[in-house]
Ligand binder design. Structure first.
Ligand code: PLP
Length: 414
């Protein structure tokens, strides 16, 4: 272990690992080394058991029934909304809309806010290092509205070039949509500055928080963005649930995105009056058990402490960076001064798909591909990368195993 890296963890990692049943299994005869946390995270017992209890003893529909099971389900559902609000640092839980995840949240904003407020000739700004979920909905909107999509370029480290961003902003800018943390590179973007600069020209700002939510201590009121998105499955909660934070004053101006039951105030055969947010944006029966699971995952994270998580993960990232930098012929893609969790790499000898298959033989789970971020790959002139991404249940030893396995793979192909 390099001298600059302290092996001291702000919490007991061995004990934390016992909370995650999946981590104790073997894969191909080796203990599982799970390093694909940017794609999806594992769930602690607490979340699994909470959902099991809800499904087996407490399940009822929400917002409809006047009987006990439905009333208590509704209370738990709204308590979970409060937990998300506290976690994201907003006092008003009605600013939290449950969706299926980041993809749906961004589509909601692009369809609802975008179709009402973006007109022909207007401009939407994204960055060169977005996930496709934060590119395609804006492309579709701009095509439909005859608006223009502008792109903030990045430097060779994978950092947004803020001077170029400043040049793109103007009176025609309606929306700026960028990620807080890049899933392909790990770059943490200067979102507060991005928000302030956009607001200065009267634009609204959506921050894609799919990657940042499990790693950073967040506060929507300090950040000041208009929208912030997240996905439960990337923060130790179930898949199929996530959400959108929206400033109430902005949400109130927006028409519904999906229509039907539960999003109305009154329906006659002639006309429908819509409910206030968040119900206006939650048509239909929601994934109730998943919402309860999300609330439990947040309790779990809060009990550990997001600052402690960030501190430990940062030291893991520094350690992993050193391990990979020592491997001859390996190129790290994404070397921003501010980054988290992600080690994306490329070697000329092996295609990332072969690399991850060989790592899997050693029980190591990492992702190989374009990570739904093809424009990022194009910017760095690589077809794909291999990507290891850490969470707080990973260890320095696992990163040593990753390094050894990569060396073995390179040797095999040389
Ligand atoms: N944005 C980023 C930065 C992501 O990493 C992802 C998922 O990998 C998404 C959006 C899409 O998230 P989901 O598939 O949970 O909707």
């Amino acid at each position: 272990m390099p001298e600059t890296i302290t092996a001291k963890s702000p919490f007991d990692v061995a004990k934390i690992r016992e909370d995650f049943p999946v981590l104790s299994q073997k894969v191909n005869g080796h203990p599982l080394v799970y390093l694909d946390n940017a794609a999806t995270t594992q769930k602690p017992w607490r979340v699994i058991k909470r959902m099991e209890k809800f499904e087996s003893e407490e399940y009822g529909t929400v917002r409809r029934g006047a009987y006990q099971l439905s009333e208590s389900s509704t209370r738990m559902y709204e308590e979970a909304r409060q937990k998300v609000a506290d976690f994201l640092g907003t006092p008003d839980r009605n600013e939290i809309i449950f969706t299926s995840g980041t993809t749906q949240s961004i589509n909601l904003v692009a369809y609802s806010y975008g179709r009402k407020f973006v007109k022909a000739g207007d401009e939407v700004i994204i960055s060169n290092i977005e996930h496709h979920a934060n590119i395609v909905p804006w492309q579709v909107l701009c095509e439909e509205k005859d608006a223009h999509l502008k792109v903030i370029p990045v430097n060779d480290r994978g950092e947004l070039i803020m001077e170029e961003y400043e040049k793109l902003l103007g009176p025609k800018t309606r929306v700026v949509a960028v990620n807080h943390m890049s899933n392909a590179l790990g770059t943490i973007n200067p979102v507060k500055e991005i928000v302030d600069m956009a607001h200065a020209v009267g634009a609204k700002v959506l921050i894609d928080g799919a990657q940042s939510t499990p790693h950073l201590n967040l506060n929507m009121k300090d950040l000041g963005c208009d929208f912030y998105t997240f996905s439960g499955h990337k923060m130790f909660a179930p898949s199929g649930i996530g959400g959108l934070y929206g400033k109430m004053e902005v949400l109130k101006t927006m028409p519904p995105y999906v229509t039907g039951g539960d999003m109305i105030r009154q329906v006659t055969l002639e006309k429908t009056l819509y409910a206030d947010p968040p119900s206006r944006f939650e048509a239909g029966t929601p994934p109730i058990s998943q919402v309860i699971g999300l609330g439990e995952a947040i309790d779990y994270l809060q009990a550990i402490g997001m600052d402690k998580i960030a501190e430990y993960e940062h030291s893991l990232l520094e350690y992993g960076t050193k391990v990979l930098e020592e491997i001859e012929g390996l190129r790290l893609i994404g070397t921003a001064a501010r980054k988290a969790s992600i080690l994306s790499f490329y070697t000329d000898q092996i295609h990332p798909h072969d690399m991850v298959t060989l790592l899997d033989q050693d029980g190591i789970a990492v992702r190989g591909g374009h990570h739904c971020a093809q424009p990022t790959m194009q910017r760095f002139k690589v077809p794909a990368t291999s990507r290891a991404s850490v969470a707080f249940y990973n260890t320095y030893e696992e990163l040593d195993l990753l390094g050894a396995s990569i060396r073995r793979a390179i040797k095999l192909f040389s």
